[in-house]
Design a protein around this ligand. Sequence first.
Ligand SMILES: Nc1nc2c(ncn2[C@@H]2O[C@H](COP(=O)(O)OP(=O)(O)OP(=O)(O)O)[C@@H](O)[C@H]2O)c(=O)[nH]1
Ligand SMILES: [Zn+2]
Length: 209
Amino acid sequence: METSLSKEKLEEEIAKRVREILELLGENPDREGLVETPNRVARAFLEMTSALRTHQPEIKVFKLGEDGVTYEEDQIVLASDIQFSSLCEHHLLPFVGKIHVAYVVGEEGKVAGFSKIIRIVNYYASKPQIQERLVSEIADALMQSDLHPKGVIVIGDAVHMCSYVRGVKDKEAKLLSIASRGVFKTNRALRNHVFRMLEVSNRRGFRLG
Ligand SMILES: Nc1nc2c(ncn2[C@@H]2O[C@H](COP(=O)(O)OP(=O)(O)OP(=O)(O)O)[C@@H](O)[C@H]2O)c(=O)[nH]1
Ligand SMILES: [Zn+2]
């Protein structure tokens, strides 16, 4: 649903409801520690759902080959270990983990700005959903972008707080989900190649700082 309320008004309206929830839970929302809580919660939820009220960021692309350098055709590009947090649409609790995005350079020879891939992940993560839809949306966004890749694969690997802190309370279980598009859908060897690249990326143990 589109909302025409200003950010301030939205925060005020959400905070009012959070206050009511606190009261229903048996808390005293006027006690010192809770006075600012409804507004903090409102701001946190607005931040974690910002994609509902904003447009997808631009995916800036660069054309390879224009500088006379021959690039390897069908080069696979992997952006790995992109940390994300999102909200599960069933409980509105966070699920947090990593997303890996790989694509095969298309016939136009375009590559995406590295940070733009991270921005796209963060954008689609910023709303309530299930993890399977998150990886699918990221894959579709890249396929439909100016990048025009031959294929995209998006792997999500996350811990869901709704299963960690409540319900089954499993502290170890993780959800792994994979969305494949284009050549990755049909070519199993190519998919396996990405999995091997991820293994290398995990093994290299390269950390700055
Ligand atoms: N596949 C998938 N399931 C999810 C995701 N996030 C939450 N869920 C699951 O959504 C389901 C909702 O099930 P319900 O039975 O309606 O909710 P519930 O009574 O709170 O279920 P429990 O968590 O089993 O206590 C649960 O099994 C959650 O683990 C997700 O991203 N992907
Ligand atoms: Zn959940």
